[in-house]
Design a protein around this ligand. Sequence first.
Ligand SMILES: [Zn+2]
Length: 339
Amino acid sequence: MIVNLPYKIMVEKRLDENVREFLLSLKLGKKCAIICDKNVMELCDDTINTIKRHFSADIISPSLEKTYLENLSKKISGYDFCIGLGGGRSIDAAKYSSFLAKIPWIAFPTILSHDGVVSSRASIESNGAKISINAAEPIAIIAGLEKIRNAPYRWIAAGAGDLISKISAVEDWRLAAKAGKEPYHTVMAELSLLSARAVMSNADDIRKKNYHGLEVLLWALISSGFAMNIYGSSRPGSGSEHNFSHALEKLGSSALHGEQVALGTIATTYLQGQDWKAIIKMLKKLKLPVTAKGMGETEERVVKALATASSIRDRYTVLNKKNLTEKSARNVLESVGII
Ligand SMILES: [Zn+2]
């Protein structure tokens, strides 16, 4: 088993000259490409200026289009390292282009809406469709809680939703092992569950967006990412509820990933025989949507997504066991109040 993990992580309330010290301690060289969009550039101009004073840094705007990232990788291959600064787009663009360019990259999230910060897989677009593609883990992570706190609460709630979904994902993994489909890694499963539990027992602080809540959310996202990176696949953190989210996206849903998987978790924990009512209670506490309407979705779309979720990818989950039709998917969604 070979495991790649970020070797340094910096979490601070406020970022100032400490970013310079941190970057120097990584001993990566002087030339750096910062991938970030215009909004983040304005939001983080102080940090960018600090970096620019000590490194030869160029700002590059992100796109998730595969061809763009392939071209970008040629451009940045002469750089010593790359920083993905911002939300998912910048992180994924930095992750994939640096992987192709064979240079180290640093994750510098300004929002915490999902656990892609640590993972080695990048979500990009090819011919207009979203794809998940192999890339590399960040060599380091930098997070400034003050900046993260400025993000709208909806994104923070989505990050919490992505973590609560591990309750469904780990149960699916257990079911797959029971059905003889694949081995179960107890410690990685527990690590994944730990991130969900940490979020649930600190939901009030997360809801208040206080520093303790944000710190818990950040470390829980990192721990969940570690579980997947150590195991070498997304299995510890992605089961039927993620299938449901991928199916929804395919049907054109524009809800946030964390909102989709959280809503899916209500239905999948119901199918798994877990305490789905407790999940609803927790999602409500975190102000996450618990109905299709609340998430801006039509009944038809969520029914179709749940009925087709098992065919999204080759991963055994409770959905393989239940073999839902559109009619039975509708029944499930009605039973848990999603529609
Ligand atoms: Zn996720």
